[in-house]
Ligand binder design. Structure first.
Ligand code: ZN
Ligand code: ZN
Length: 514
């Protein structure tokens, strides 16, 4: 484990009641309230629920700074050096860089990133800015759209009236969408992904058309528009500095980077499958209310290590005969049920070295037939050798799944047929690693695993049996009867981890949904 940056447990208090702050500020290295809210706004620091008198530890601030530095392409020192301080002040897009923990949990049921699900997209320019007339905005916007169009096979049509897919407007301060602009500087624009598609430019900026480089007060409309179009088409921020989807303002924008193009291809150019249908969205909303409760303990532990006995688990997997349990940034390794290997939990970044620092959750992981270990997060995966050395990074599209899939929720290799099962919420595919091909007849509905509720958080093979995990409970699957064993589910914590049964756990033994 990496040495702690600060020896004392310090906390800084944001909000009210300074009198209760047990705060020791040793250095000017502590971020200001504005810098803290920047890190929250862009997803580097978790939003705390209780907004009075809460505190972030110096450790969590250092970690947030590292993530932010890494995303911006600076060296991740965790210190507020002058380069980092400049980031807080730079002009940038107002869209979040990283999905925070709570957003990820909500996201488990939704496909957040999606395209328009059609090739002909309309747009409308509602107004011009005080410094850039509407006709100029129209022409620059048309050029910007033309930069993206070929990479998704898209056609853009401008509307003069009526509701267009992408509505472009200039506005200042609070403009009704819950994301007020901030006056001159810093946030210059934001845009919403499909099916919303709105694109807003801060009218308190001095917008220009290809301004001279030394004219720092003027913001180049074209450079910002090309970036915002990316969001309106469904792309999120990239940490690739040369890409258009890098969140900080950079000029000039001449062409798209390969990273931008790859994103477009995944959204628009793979097999043509309709994006989220109204029906599946409805089903997601309905099943969401049946999610198992997530009991949480007050994490006043200075390390914020979740209590293995009172948590849901991001995922579990068997690797080299040991059980790996992931929750938040932590991993536990068990040699047997209830036997935690000494030295654990560790931060998973200290086990899977080379994983980008901004990865703050491991969604799913599995051991390939050749013994390599593959870690999934979003649309990317990282492959490690059996000795935990990073071998390469890839895109989930290599598994031949449709491009609309924004993440795989569970992946496991079956001992029954040696096939790799790729699960996405309510559906799954079967992939043959030996041939590199998807088996015919997939995807199938998760209901094929009878009596196993879905979506599942994890699926593992342990001592020859298949187990599914969801929330705080697990099911054993009977491959002969092709259904879950009757006396399941059982509480995961009590059976797999060294946790004493409590009355609280007893209710999980019930077969009924809580
Ligand atoms: Zn952006
Ligand atoms: Zn807005």
């Amino acid at each position: 484990m990496e040495p702690r940056k600060y020896v004392l447990l310090m906390s800084i208090v944001v909000g009210c009641s300074v009198a209760t702050a047990k705060t020791i500020f040793l250095e000017e290295d502590m971020p200001s309230i504005e810098e803290i809210s920047f890190m929250k706004k862009y997803g580097y620091l978790p939003e705390k629920q209780d907004d009075i008198d809460f505190a972030y530890t110096s450790h969590s601030i250092a970690e947030a700074l590292k993530k932010m530095q890494e995303f911006a392409g600076l060296s991740p020192t965790g210190h507020l050096d002058s380069e980092t301080r400049k980031l807080f002040k730079r002009k940038r897009c107002g869209v979040k860089d990283i999905e925070t923990k709570s957003a990820i949990h909500r996201r488990k049921r939704y496909i957040l990133q999606q395209g328009w699900g059609k090739k002909a997209i309309t747009y409308r320019i509602l107004n011009g800015s005080s410094t850039l007339e509407r006709a100029r905005v129209q022409s620059l916007m048309a050029t910007g759209l033309a930069v993206w169009a070929p990479h998704g096979g898209l056609r853009f049509e401008q509307l003069e009236r009526g509701k267009a897919d992408i509505q472009v407007s200039f506005a200042s301060k609070d403009h009704g969408d819950g994301f007020p602009f901030d006056g001159p500087g810093h946030v210059v624009a934001h845009a919403f992904p499909p099916p919303h598609g709105a694109m807003h430019f801060d009218d308190d900026e001095l917008w220009g058309d290809n301004p001279a480089e030394e004219d720092e007060d003027i913001t180049d409309f074209f450079a910002v528009a090309v970036h915002e179009i990316g969001h309106a088409l469904g792309l999120s921020h990239s940490n690739v500095k040369a890409s258009v989807m890098y969140p900080y303002y950079q000029v000039p924008v001449e062409k798209l980077h390969e990273d931008d193009i790859l994103g477009m291809q995944e959204l628009y150019l793979k097999e043509e499958i309709p994006s989220v249908s109204a029906e599946s969205t409805e089903r997601s909303v309905a099943s969401r209310s049946s999610l198992a409760p997530r009991p949480t303990l007050a994490d006043d532990d200075e390390n914020d290590v979740p209590d293995l006995c009172y948590t849901n688990y991001d995922t579990l997997q068997v690797i080299q005969g040991k059980i790996y349990v992931f929750e938040e940034e932590w991993v536990w390794v068990l040699t047997e049920r209830k036997q935690i290997l000494e030295g654990y939990p560790k931060r998973f970044h200290d086990v899977f070295i080379g994983l980008p620092k901004h990865i703050n959750v491991i969604r799913t992981i599995y051991e390939k037939q050749n013994g390599h270990i593959v870690v999934f997060s979003g649309r990317s995966f990282w492959e490690f050798s059996s000795r935990f050395r990073l071998v390469r990074r890839g895109r989930i599209s290599e598994y031949k799944i449709p491009p609309q899939i924004s993440e795989l929720t569970t992946v496991f290799l079956s001992n029954y047929n040696n096939k790799t099962y790729l699960i996405e919420y309510e559906r799954f595919w079967r992939f043959d690693e030996a041939t590199g091909k998807m088996d015919k007849g997939y995807p199938k509905e998760m209901s094929a695993w009878r009596q196993v509720p879905y979506p599942v958080d994890a699926a593992i093979i342990w001592k020859g049996d298949t187990y599914f995990f969801r929330g705080p409970r697990f099911w054993r699957f009977d491959n002969t009867l092709v259904r879950a064993h009757e006396y399941y589910p059982l509480p995961t914590a009590q059976i797999w981890f060294p946790c004493r049964p409590t009355p609280d756990m007893a209710r999980y033994v019930s077969n009924d949904e809580p």
